[in-house]
Design a protein around this ligand. Structure first.
Ligand code: BGC
Length: 271
């Protein structure tokens, strides 16, 4: 996957949840390409996580894979403890792990609702909290980073675009918006930066069913003024920049990276 390289994250330790595939894998690879050592978290897909680690190692980077279900407090705490024992600390944490369990609203079960909220929203809370605790415990390292630590939430265009048939998912992403902003407000005095990336349609397994025939891809592209589906590396490179000192004055923001999906393309020739 195409990824720029630089030394802007040299000497920093990063953790990316849900890095066994898709956007998480691309973010892990990009952080490593910019010099960070990366903990590659996965929930079920050990082979995928090992492939991410191998991609990083083959490019000369440092990474290891670790299993944890981000919705389980004890598993998240264990993952952070291990990372800190191994590497001493963390500087960049990307709360990326997320799932879709789609169902029409009238048929959505409590289990379908709860599962998505647990992984996508509670999982990000637990990840952010453990990370922030470690940043505060460790204290400043100004030679490595102006900020005490950098937190990035993986949101979605669906933090603002309503999505019928995906009410649990859209609700989780709307929740991530306030999780991110309120956390950013509270942690800014500690010099911890908290931001979100809100991807549109990126070519990953999560949306394969929306683009695996030419007709579906054509329908999807009507929602994207820039007329291409995003590449996971687009998001990876943004995450690497957002975690760097070049973005040191950005906190509490959602950066949409969506080829214009949030520009309400239906209004281009209507309304
Ligand atoms: C979803 C994808 C979808 C995209 C744009 C993402 O958050 O996970 O399935 O293609 O939003 O609708």
């Amino acid at each position: 996957m195409p990824t720029n390289t630089s030394t802007r994250l040299n000497g920093q330790f990063a953790l990316v949840t849900g890095a066994s595939s898709g956007i998480g894998a691309a973010v892990a690879v990009a952080l490593a390409a910019h010099g960070a050592a990366v903990v590659v978290n996965y929930s079920h897909d050990e082979d995928g996580a090992n492939a991410t680690v191998k991609t990083i190692a083959d490019a000369g980077g440092q990474a290891y894979a670790t299993q944890a279900d981000v919705s389980q407090e004890a598993e998240v705490q264990k993952m952070f403890k291990q990372a800190i024992e191994r590497w001493g600390t963390l500087h960049i944490v990307v709360a990326n792990a997320g799932i879709q369990v789609d169902a029409p609203f009238l048929d959505m079960t409590l289990e379908q609702w709860q599962k998505v909220i647990d992984v996508n929203l509670t999982g990000q809370f637990l990840t952010l909290r453990e990370a922030a605790r470690e940043f505060v415990r460790r204290g400043p390292q100004p030679d490595l980073s102006r900020a005490l630590g950098k937190l990035i939430c993986m949101s979605s265009v669906h933090e603002v675009i309503p999505w019928a048939g995906h009410v649990n998912y859209a609700s989780s992403k709307g929740g991530i918006m306030q999780l991110m902003k309120s956390t950013a407000q509270e942690l800014a005095p500690h010099k911890i930066r908290v931001n979100s990336i809100a991807p549109g349609a990126i070519a990953t397994p999560i949306n394969l069913s929306a683009r695996d025939t030419p007709e579906e891809e054509k329908a999807l592209l009507t929602l994207i003024p820039y007329n291409r589906v995003g590449d996971p590396a687009d998001i990876g490179n943004l995450a690497a920049w957002l975690a760097s000192d070049e973005a040191d004055y950005i906190t509490g923001q959602t950066i949409f990276m969506d080829g214009g999906m949030t520009l309400y393309p239906g209004f281009a020739d209507n309304g």
